[in-house]
Design a protein. Sequence first.
Length: 267
Amino acid sequence: MTRALAEHLCSAALWALAIGALLLTTLLGHAWQQDPKMSGMAGMSTDPSGHPCDDMGSRVNGMSVMGQSMAAMTNHMCITPMRPKQPGDEEKAKALVAEVKATIEKYKDYKKALADGYVIANPTVVQPQYHFTNDANVRLADTQFDPTKPSALLYYQTPTQHYKLEGVMFTDSTSATEDELNERIPLSIARWHEHTNFCGAPANKVSEYHGKNPKFGMFGSIHTKEACQAEGGTFFPVIFSWMIHVFPYENDFKDVFSMNDDVAHVH
């Protein structure tokens, strides 16, 4: 999710319309979790679904883990902690990357992606990264992992090419456990993330999605249920599924599984 996309959606007259647009263009049909929980583990917290979040990675060192757009959402992000590397993790990740690269080769022609059911999210908005989402693949990802059916294709714009392919996004159900995420892509190699703590502005405060210090939305200062309700907003502990980006044209794992959406990932 890029800042340009989120800010455009938050400019809607009603926050509900913004949320609806996001869902229709990304993860339609996914349940939002309620009643957030907290954990007392040192250096750790949980996301509202009870999964562990790595505060050190997402907050203290956010800029080294993520690009500027995603780092700006640290109050609204849950990132899986890194696990110690296990035998076979690297080989499994390499095989996945090779399979993804072979699968998406034909989608360098973005028109083939459209023909195969991928839909451009907000094509009229200039974005550092464009998501072409496939709703059928998103629904499939809730129950099984198929590396040949990514939930979204990721493109960026060049001076001569409007949609240049750079990678994919995979998703998993909001109810997925850390072990289940690790089974799909080893957590010693890559980090899954989830968008959390969203406060939707009441109709008379939608202007506060914007500005240098926004109060509502993905980049807002409000990130607790109590603060949201005090401002007359509507609080969603979790929105969207677990997600991860894979950039198979990069050479190093840290770049293949980068959380920096502000730069192109093509060599």
